[in-house]
Design a protein around this ligand. Structure first.
Ligand SMILES: [Zn+2]
Ligand SMILES: [Zn+2]
Length: 129
């Protein structure tokens, strides 16, 4: 509870429910999945509340929005540096905790000072294989 206060967003019971659902969530859920799950406990919850809360959390740097799934945006509460792998059959997303030593050669970086990278892998998960 205390640590949520530091998020700088207004904490309504509904927003708290969304935060609790995301905490430690490794499934990289979509807004729709969060909506379906939180709605069970908060039947008055609207999809707009979910979406607006996710946007606010993203803006404050509390969650990451993933674009690895072409079908829908997915959300990740884990802000530690990591990469992702997605199953092209069931769209499960798993974390990849490894620092890959990839450097952009200067001539391809377009004058950028590179500050980070985000690698997306895809394949078939253990269940779908
Ligand atoms: Zn799969
Ligand atoms: Zn992740």
């Amino acid at each position: 509870m205390e640590r949520y206060r530091r998020l700088n967003i207004k904490l309504t019971p509904q927003r708290l429910a969304i935060l609790k659902h995301l905490e430690g969530n490794k499934a990289h859920p979509s807004a729709d999945e969060i909506y379906k799950s939180v709605k069970k406990k908060y039947p008055t919850m609207s999809f707009a509340t979910i979406y607006n809360t996710l946007e606010a959390l993203k803006e404050k740097g509390n969650i990451r929005e993933l674009k690895i799934d072409p079908a829908k945006k997915r959300y990740d509460p884990d802000m530690s540096p990591h990469h992702h792998i997605i199953c092209t059959k069931c769209s499960s997303i798993f974390d990849v905790y490894k620092d890959f030593d990839i450097r952009l050669p200067e001539e391809t970086a377009g004058g950028f000072k590179v500050s980070g990278k985000n690698i997306e892998f895809f394949g078939t998960c253990r269940k779908c294989k």
